[in-house]
Design a protein around this ligand. Structure first.
Ligand code: LMR
Length: 335
């Protein structure tokens, strides 16, 4: 009898404890850590906030999205490793950053002058070729949810880059893409792979002479304070893949996952509607800052850049299957 009383004395609080903890656990939201490397004040930054808002609304608080902008949590290379390890759940890296992971196909977006505009990019990113590229991530434990636009790139340096030959001998920062490396070598420049978070200081201290970047990324990071000249070459596209840790995503309750899928679809539309105007406005802001000049190329000058960069294609043939480039050209109606 005494034994039973003792057992109850311990069992009761334990049971009550479990009851007390039970509902609290059930109410704990699923936390999604979303890390990215740019400022909140960009289309990607705003898109991340929009996804958070929609995701939390549509799951009625069952999901909480914690957004870490500006490389606060991880820099370029570390973030993909962290995603694979599950230390972070969602990232939005540039398509130029998947090569080191062994997924080279995304570098096709880095080919100079491949896409005339956003409409042609969307024929790929919204179609079967885009889906096939995202699926290549799965054996690496990563699931691709969407493509987000950033924009078309301009070149900058402390000397005017009106002719492609003006880039000769300059140390130009690139993202970690072999196609971008080949592109810069084609210009006779010296490509320097560097994390986005390190570019401002490298420009300021002269470790690099210049960079290619979309106007929005340049303006939001204040690169124009340490670059005197911009040229609106619009020579290449910069876009993103929204990616998640596959195991984490597949393990979510199906109703939560479908609410998140719908939040992602709408956040994607939101971002892709912002980017074009944002880049136009930011290029104007750079020109109006009084810190840097912006050169607009004539059709003839731009064509000279195109001709100068054409050999890039031949240099990356062993990396990017010719059939992929041909399939893209066919899809977008190019030659
Ligand atoms: C860069 O590293 O230049 C960009 O990809 C940064 C970004 O995410 O827009």
């Amino acid at each position: 009898m005494k034994k039973l009383a003792t057992a109850l004395r311990f069992a009761l609080p334990l049971a009550l404890g479990i009851l007390a903890v039970g509902p609290a656990l059930a109410a704990d939201p699923i936390v999604i850590k979303l890390s990215h490397v740019v400022s909140v004040d960009t289309s990607k930054g705003r898109g991340a906030e929009q996804f958070k808002k929609l995701a939390e609304e549509r799951t009625k608080g069952r999901v909480q999205v914690l957004v870490y902008p500006n490389s606060q949590l991880y820099k370029d290379k570390e973030e993909l490793e962290a995603l694979q390890l599950g230390s972070v759940h969602m990232l939005i890296p540039s398509l130029s950053k998947f090569g080191p992971l062994g997924v080279k196909e995304f570098e096709v977006f880095d080919l100079p002058f491949l896409f005339p505009g956003f409409a042609e990019v969307h024929k790929i990113t919204d179609g079967p070729l885009g889906r096939q590229m995202l699926d290549k991530l799965e054996p690496r434990g990563i699931k691709g949810l969407a493509f987000w636009d950033n924009g078309f790139k301009v070149m900058s340096a402390n000397k005017p880059l009106t002719l492609s030959s003006d880039a000769k001998g300059l140390k130009l920062r690139i993202q970690s893409s072999k196609v971008l490396e080949a592109q810069m070598r084609t210009l006779g420049a010296l490509p320097q792979t560097m994390a986005f978070s390190e570019v401002y200081q490298a420009l300021q201290t002269g470790v690099i002479d210049g960079t290619e970047q979309t106007p929005t990324q340049s303006y939001s990071q204040r690169f124009h304070e340490v670059q005197k000249h911009y040229t609106a070459t619009n020579h290449g596209y910069l876009g993103y893949a929204v990616v998640v840790n596959k195991k984490f995503w597949d393990g979510l309750p199906p109703d939560v996952r479908s609410a998140l899928d719908s939040a992602m679809r709408d956040a994607t539309v939101f971002v892709n509607q912002l980017t074009e105007k944002e880049n136009e406005d930011d290029l104007k802001r750079i020109a109006a800052s009084g810190k840097a000049s912006v050169t607009q190329l004539t059709a003839q000058q731009r064509d000279a850049w195109r001709q100068a960069l054409l050999p890039t294609y031949g240099q990356v043939e062993s990396r990017l299957p010719k059939t992929l480039v041909e399939a893209i050209r066919k899809e977008i109606g190019g030659k």
